[in-house]
Write a protein that binds this ligand. Structure first.
Ligand SMILES: Cc1cc2nc3c(=O)[nH]c(=O)nc-3n(C[C@H](O)[C@H](O)[C@H](O)COP(=O)(O)O)c2cc1C
Length: 174
């Protein structure tokens, strides 16, 4: 595995963005993988060169158990199941012992009245954890709490994935 996209999603929108980012990467880089955060490894494979992490912005930042529970209730799902989010996963993630590129994204509501970004929070944790942050934290926009994504956001996510693949080209050209 050379590139890994890890994502969290309560209503599916961030999952769709993650898949588009992954497609952009996988179309240009061999061995790109996509994993939901609850099944993502916390010990990164030695071959990994790029880690991309994305999640929904909830309560002005990365989700917490309480905000995920709130989201589950809004989605009509049982709120008793334990959940893992990007925040918890990043805290468990083993620091790299070599340079690993990293980038973060989130989904959030496009409004000047709703501040905060999960991607910025994840960016800070990765930076503190010794990863090489290569891009500014990126946001993709949803129309409302449950989505949908704004028109064109999946294309933008794909293009962002392609641009991230450029970091690895040269070493990993198909
Ligand atoms: C509990 C909760 C809190 C939220 N707080 C914010 C927020 O502070 N800022 C924001 O832009 N969107 C907020 N949202 C909207 C989420 O960003 C939106 O649900 C998410 O982008 C959808 O992605 P998903 O389908 O992958 O869960 C919140 C949603 C929930 C459920």
């Amino acid at each position: 595995m050379r590139a890994l996209v890890v994502y969290e999603s309560s209503f599916g929108n961030t999952g769709m963005v993650a898949e588009a980012v992954w497609r952009g990467l996988a179309d240009h880089v061999e061995d790109a993988a996509l994993r939901r955060v609850d099944v993502a490894p916390t010990s990164l494979p030695p071959s990994l060169q790029l880690l991309v992490v994305g999640g929904p912005t909830q309560a002005f930042g990365m989700s917490r158990p309480s905000t995920r529970q709130d989201a589950q209730a809004k989605a009509g799902l049982p709120t008793t199941c334990p959940t893992t989010g990007v925040r918890e996963w990043l805290h468990q993630l083993e620091p790299p012992n070599r340079p690993v590129y990293s980038a973060t994204f989130d989904t959030r509501i496009h409004s000047p009245h709703v501040p905060g970004s999960a991607a910025v929070g994840a960016w800070r944790l990765l930076n503190k954890g010794g990863f090489e942050l290569t891009a500014e934290a990126e946001s993709f926009w949803v129309e409302g709490l449950k989505g949908p994504l704004r028109d064109g956001e999946l294309d933008r996510a794909y293009t962002w994935g392609v641009s991230l693949s450029g970091l690895l080209l040269g070493a990993v050209r198909r």
